[in-house]
Design a protein. Sequence first.
Length: 356
Amino acid sequence: MIKDILDIKVTRAVESKLPQVDWENLPFGKVFSDHMLVMDYKDGAWQTPEVLPFTNLSLHPAVSVIHYGQSIFEGLKANRTESGDIFLFRPDMNGRRLQESCERMCMPEIPVDLFVECTRKLVEVDQNWIPNKKGYSLYIRPIIFATDEYIGIRPSETYKFMIFTCPVGAYYSEPVNVKIEEYYTRAAAGGVGRAKTAGNYAASLYPAKLAQEQGYHQLIWTDASTHEYIEESGTMNIMFQIGGKLITPSEDSDTILRGITKRSVIELVQSWGIEVEERKVSVKEIVEAARSGKLEDAFGIGTAATIAHIAKMGYRDEVFHLKPLEERPISNSIKETLNDIKLGIKPDTLNWCLKV
Ligand code: PLP
Ligand code: COI
């Protein structure tokens, strides 16, 4: 195991910021733990990672990430179980997805076991930052960005890999209102939609802002060429329930982020004997099901969002109000079971959690 051969150097923060944290009022992504992990790429190789006190960076104005956007990120969570163990949820999958993003963005890949060990080490160092509160976790944000000081366009020859963490509650504090978007596009075939790259999120801001002005939290993206098929939501994958079956857009196209939560939900409900269809999902069938009262449930799925029930779905001039939460037994069970597995309350029969 890499853990036995790589002893990551740790320089501890002189003073912890923990006493300043208001645990009763934790805004998502604004409170940062005491340390960060840093690993540089230069001379064709990743250098030795190090854990350092969390601090600002100093960057040259010509650093290429700022200009041309070679920047990718990941998101995963750590939780403390009732018996005091610390669990990371499927970090190997984040490591593999980071590699896929690296390949698409011409960035150097990090071996999955090295990625996992870097994550494990940082969480071990900042374990006191894991919230002890139901629905709360330590959100872990790995990033890689280009650091060449050069304004010509080519893949950078130097990069920085960093991980930092934030104690958080759920990204959405209430069920979400979403609008089916038929003009703007998140990702086109052949583009970078499958990569977890910064530009995808930058491109989504303006259409999301327009939807927010109409009272929605997020968009449901449709395919770029016809806008007839549903893809995913802004920060999460999406799932519908019709006739007792769960239906979700397949990841065959390279326009949808391959969600780790979604994969886990599919594996979980299949183990319960519930049928899941991963296929093209047309806007028409979802809208018709909503019109005729056959849409039993719709929810977003993601690391930050966890399971975000959809309360209201907008389509052109129509607004569909979905069932009250207490009438959505499948998604409620999914949410509770995922949470219980992460907290060690239910057994991790599918072997998802890595003990720190
Ligand atoms: N789709 C997008 C665009 C996302 O940003 C996310 C969040 O990571 C997801 C889907 C869900 O992916 P995961 O479950 O791996 O967090
Ligand atoms: C995550 O769920 O980890 C995400 O990346 C969503 C984020 C954009 C807040």
